[in-house]
Write a protein that binds this ligand. Sequence first.
Ligand SMILES: [Zn+2]
Ligand SMILES: [Zn+2]
Length: 256
Amino acid sequence: MKIKNYINFCVLLLLFTGCSKDSLNNSSGIDKSANLKALGFSANQLISDEKFTSLKVEVVYVTGFEPTQTTLDNLKTFLENRTFKPDGISITTRAVASSNKAPFNITEIAKIEAEERIEYNAGDEIAVFIYFADGSNENDTDSKTVLGTSFRNTSMVIYEKTIQFIADHTNNSDRTNIESTVLNHEFGHLFGLVNMGTPMQTNHENSEKKGHCSVENCLMAANFQFGGSLMNTIGNNTIPVLDPLCIEDLQAKGGR
Ligand SMILES: [Zn+2]
Ligand SMILES: [Zn+2]
């Protein structure tokens, strides 16, 4: 299957800066401004316990496009291994109706977030919003498919319909492993990797793909391609992990 060779994970250079006019939702009185910053802005806040001692992950999915429970368990383990959150990490899930906007651009996804997101930073708890979309990114081509995008400091979209299509059309891959790889990778971007808010201790940024790691098979490598080593990795039922250089960066930034 041709698609195997060309799956790319994530586009991340779509940086959103918060618009202060919109940051205060007057009807609810919730101050959303802290969650409307650029990607990488909250790296330290997400991985350390300096400002926030707990983390709430709000997973919102269109009915029929929810992640597997094992994916969510894997995410929790990944987060626990890399962050200091002594008051805990919680993941909530909620189904919503389709927006009927697929395929999506990031402006549309940000609009959906404004409508559907409930959890924002409060007290010593930081909140992350993840939207599991019932469609693809509108820029997908036969040779390039986006599976997820971190588009703000605490916001990401996962193109679950695309993931399900890949899982259904490749022999070797398990949907949970694809979901976990994409989710963990996108969280790496929220954590400021690579060199996107979290400074490198050793140079390991991919010179051609900003924000990605030059170490082969690292979770933050730029082009995970199912035809290559990642396909073998997923086929072996393992999820790519962060290499020591990425972990060193997180630890220097206050993470685990
Ligand atoms: Zn990426
Ligand atoms: Zn790395």
